[in-house]
Design a protein around this ligand. Structure first.
Ligand code: AKB
Length: 317
């Protein structure tokens, strides 16, 4: 059966690569990209694009009916660090956009939703090592609160209205194509850019702050595999724990020094340190592996190799 997908927030870090992957798999006209910004020319020129605000229910509904969309990927959100600067804006954007798509599904306009959650749903009272799927969740950031509440609403819409909504708790995602914006895990991308540009990096987290991370290709595969899974395989309708690797800034710096021996790192922790310390160090994702066959491919060494070689090419152009 052919599907038409709408990606909301397609110009962002994950949205850009998800759009590219879905267009390559299903055909460019089957994937409508949308964002409040229309300055991502590669995306705008590679298939249908609609400039749209994720908080505008009528605009999304018009787009869904115009293009016969049956699947929506809601990738627009304000992340953890920016969310602390604009708490009310983060709450409104993250919750209104979610209700918009959940209600479109409830009202029968769309059939399937992907909505990303995050390791930010966990908090300082959560066990930090091998954090289980089901555990104490007392998030302390606005972003984490919106993701935790969002998970509850996803499960509620599935149980009460039969909405086919699927979700993953993404860890920090490392990529070279599009920069992330406003996250606590962003250092793990900035570090590669600075290593190549200046040979030194001042990290906003302490050297020994371990966080769960994943390469973009793995994150995209997980997303596509979860969306392709048969409904009966998707046993969790709040959000799945998902893991690949965990490392600290100093471990990452050492992996970069294997390629760039003169690279140096310093540490000036800021408000993001407290956010990072409230999140898990590692995640137990046994349920995702069991239910729909999740498995990651990239470890820290292969991520560093790929990041440096891709960014080197980018900087040469
Ligand atoms: C952030 O740092 O806010 C995000 C996330 C872990 O969801 N990358």
């Amino acid at each position: 059966m052919s599907t038409t997908s709408l990606i909301i927030g397609a110009s962002g870090q994950i949205g850009t690569e998800l759009t590219k992957k879905l267009r390559a798999t299903y055909g460019e006209n089957s994937v409508i990209a949308s964002d409040i910004r229309d300055d991502n020319t590669a995306l705008v020129n590679s298939g249908p694009f609609k400039r749209m605000d994720a908080m505008d229910y009528n605009a999304i509904k018009d787009c869904v009916t115009q293009y016969n969309v049956d699947t929506v990927y809601l990738m627009a959100a304000m992340l953890s660090a920016t969310g602390e600067k604009y708490p009310e804006k983060a709450w409104h954007l993250n919750m209104t956009s979610l209700f918009n798509v959940l209600n479109l599904a409830k009202e029968g306009f769309i059939k399937k939703i992907f909505w990303p959650s995050s390791i930010a749903v966990f908090g300082p009272t959560t066990p930090r090592e091998q954090t289980p799927q089901y555990t104490i969740m007392e998030p302390t950031t606005v972003y984490g609160i919106t993701k935790q509440v969002g998970e509850r609403w996803c499960e509620y819409y599935f149980n009460n209205y039969g909405v086919d909504v699927r979700s993953i708790r993404y860890p920090g995602i490392i990529s070279w194509k599009t920069l992330p914006g406003g996250g606590t895990t962003d250092y793990a991308i900035d570090i590669y850019h600075k290593a190549l540009e200046t040979g030194t990096y001042d990290c906003f987290l302490k050297d020994n702050t371990a966080l769960p991370m994943m390469f973009m290709d793995d994150a995209i595969n997980a997303t596509v595999n979860l969306m392709d899974a048969k409904p009966e395989q998707v046993k969790i309708r709040s959000s799945y724990n998902l893991a690949a690797i965990s490392f600290t800034p100093s471990q990452l710096a050492k992996s970069i020094q294997q390629h760039l021996p003169n690279f140096t790192i310093s540490y000036t922790p800021d408000f993001r340190q407290q956010i990072a310390e409230s999140w898990p160090k590692s995640i137990n994702d046994a349920q995702a592996r069991l239910d729909w066959g999740w498995k990651h491919s990239f470890d820290m060494q292969s991520i560093t190799k790929e990041m440096l070689s891709q960014l080197q090419k980018k900087y040469q152009d």
